[in-house]
Design a binder for this molecule. Structure first.
Ligand code: FES
Length: 155
């Protein structure tokens, strides 16, 4: 609470304006640096999704991938080795078959959350991204932090 007695929204100071809604609706994607972290923002089927820009597998550029649906879930397909990452949750999807039942159809499975997803909000035609502060270790953190980070901190 500040001296005036009002409660400041703690999220407000962490969100960063990355562009205009009109622009991303035209291009369907944009890239941004949010607090020294590179992210890509997609506009797909009327919704916004933000995630770390480097693929959790080997750091591929997800902003250059295509979006496709797999098992009814929209995924960004990494242009380097074609890994599929769900836009809403950051899960890595793969297909598996039961080797003991060769007639069975391949089934889509999840490796769990691999790519860190960030929050997108829209206010007055501006797009804001708030970085995820979820405390779990996400594989994509490797390429977004430390020595593999492309954008180096100015501090
Ligand atoms: Fe993305 Fe390998 S770097 S699939």
């Amino acid at each position: 609470m500040d001296p005036e007695g009002s409660v400041q929204d703690p999220e407000e100071k962490y969100s960063v304006c990355v562009g205009r809604e009109d622009d991303i609706k035209k291009s369907a994607r944009m890239t941004a640096v949010v607090h020294d972290r590179e992210v890509v923002i997609f506009y797909h089927k009327g919704e916004y999704h933000a995630m770390d820009i480097r693929c959790y597998h080997s750091g591929g550029p997800l902003h250059l991938g295509e979006i496709e649906d797999f098992d009814g879930r929209s995924c960004i397909v990494c242009p380097w080795h074609k890994y599929k990452i769900t836009l809403t949750t950051g899960e890595g999807l793969y297909q598996s078959i039961n080797p003991k039942d060769p007639s069975a159809k391949p089934k889509w499975c999840s490796k769990g959350v691999k790519q860190r997803i960030h929050t997108v909000t829209v206010n007055n035609g501006n797009i804001y991204v708030t970085l995820s502060k979820e405390p779990f270790r996400c594989d994509s953190d490797f390429y977004a932090t430390g020595n593999f980070k492309v954008i180096q901190s100015s501090s």
